[in-house]
Design a protein around this ligand. Structure first.
Ligand code: EPU
Length: 335
């Protein structure tokens, strides 16, 4: 394990915010994790994966924890399915790359999403019609209050759109140690979302492998989203809002071209479209900018302070509320 005090969080967040943490500790086993928690008991705890969904708004006076546990193995197998247990510190995309090489299916649409396996469960990450919850069988955690390990079934995780119990009731008291994914060996692909089928450029889907779909997903993402490591960002800054059917009908009467996705209990509208209508593409505050190719992303063009990003997010939120009476909510976690 490594423990360092009063260090910059710059390498620990993809937004490239340079604030300081009281303690940053990295661990290689649950035993080491427990020992760190005992040493710093009473301090606020923040588990981070790659820090790809966080906005540090100020110095963090607590304990930042990063797992270096990165193994994955098959724990069960049938003729058509395989259950993979992956440790929380493994990069999600490294896992998906390994699975795609073996044509194990179910997570290929989540290719190229930054972050770790643990973070994928916290955030219920999603892309191109698939969410982590669709393939998560169970999640193992260390409860920091009891120092006991326990397992949550998918249902107990209370997954919702970019949401789980680990962001609410269990926030700060549960550290995910591993996740079991239930995957398929030859199952069908989900290709009906966001230009995926066009990117694959062939009609005979029966011949596709998980690797083909992974490559197409990466190409579609690269065309729209800033590359983590090249441009500071935390992916989508806002969630896509869900409005009531009545509210939607009222907006549609005025904007007939509005894109939308009907849900059981309402209508989902792309935040990107709302933001674009407000003329906010490319808008800047200090070093923060609304990304031109996908305006639900805010980027750090270099040297953005947390204040720049918060102010720009507020400007966007106000503009959308003034024009559409819809309140955007952030997808990133403010710390
Ligand atoms: N659009 C515009 N203007 C633009 C860009 C997009 O009007 O400049 C509209 C288009 O109508 C487009 C629609 O927005 O059809 C949806 O855009 P896109 O398919 O790019 O996806 P999204 O809804 O903006 C969501 C996720 C992404 C995920 C993509 C693909 C959220 C908050 N974001 O974005 O997830 O990659 O779908 O499935 O749900 C993330 O969570 O960080 C993330 C990047």
């Amino acid at each position: 394990m490594t423990i360092r005090e009063h260090i910059s969080l710059l390498p620990y967040n993809t937004f490239r915010i340079d604030v300081e943490a009281a303690v940053v500790a990295e661990y290689e086993s649950v035993g080491e994790l427990k020992s760190i928690l005992r040493t710093y008991s009473g301090m606020p705890v923040l588990p981070v994966g790659e820090g790809s969904n966080l906005l540090f708004t100020r110095n963090f006076g607590g304990l930042v924890l990063r797992s270096r546990m990165q193994r994955a193995k098959a724990v069960r197998e049938t003729a058509g399915e395989v259950w993979i247990e992956a440790e929380a510190g493994l990069r999600l995309d490294d896992l998906i790359a390994q699975l795609a090489d073996m044509d194990i299916r179910g997570m290929e649409n989540l290719s190229h999403i930054p972050g770790t396996v643990g973070a994928a469960a916290v955030q219920n990450v999603g892309a191109y019609g698939v969410e982590a919850k669709d393939v998560i069988e169970k999640v193992s955690v260390l409860d920091t209050l009891t120092m006991q390990t326990r397992t949550y079934t998918g249902e107990q995780c209370c997954f919702a759109y970019r949401d789980s119990v680990f962001k609410h009731g269990k926030r700060g008291t549960c550290i995910i140690t591993s996740v079991v994914f239930r995957l398929s060996k030859g199952g069908p692909f989900r290709l009906d979302y966001g230009g995926l089928r066009q990117a694959l450029g062939q009609d005979d889907v029966s011949r596709l492998s998980a690797l083909d779909v992974r490559r197409a997903v990466i190409a579609v993402r690269r065309a729209k989203l800033p590359e983590v490591g090249e441009v500071g960002s935390a992916g989508s800054f806002f969630k896509n809002p869900v409005v009531t059917k009545d509210t939607f009908a009222a907006i549609k009467a005025q904007y007939s071209e509005i894109p939308f996705f009907p849900l059981e209990d309402g209508v989902k509208i792309p935040a990107a479209w709302l933001i674009e209508q407000c003329g906010m593409k490319g808008r800047t505050v200090g070093g923060a900018q609304v990304w031109e190719k996908q305006p639900l992303v805010i980027v750090n063009r270099g040297g953005a302070s947390p204040g720049d990003i918060v102010a720009l997010a507020q400007l966007v939120t106000d503009a959308v509320r003034d024009r559409f009476s819809i309140t955007l909510t952030p997808e990133v976690n403010y710390i």
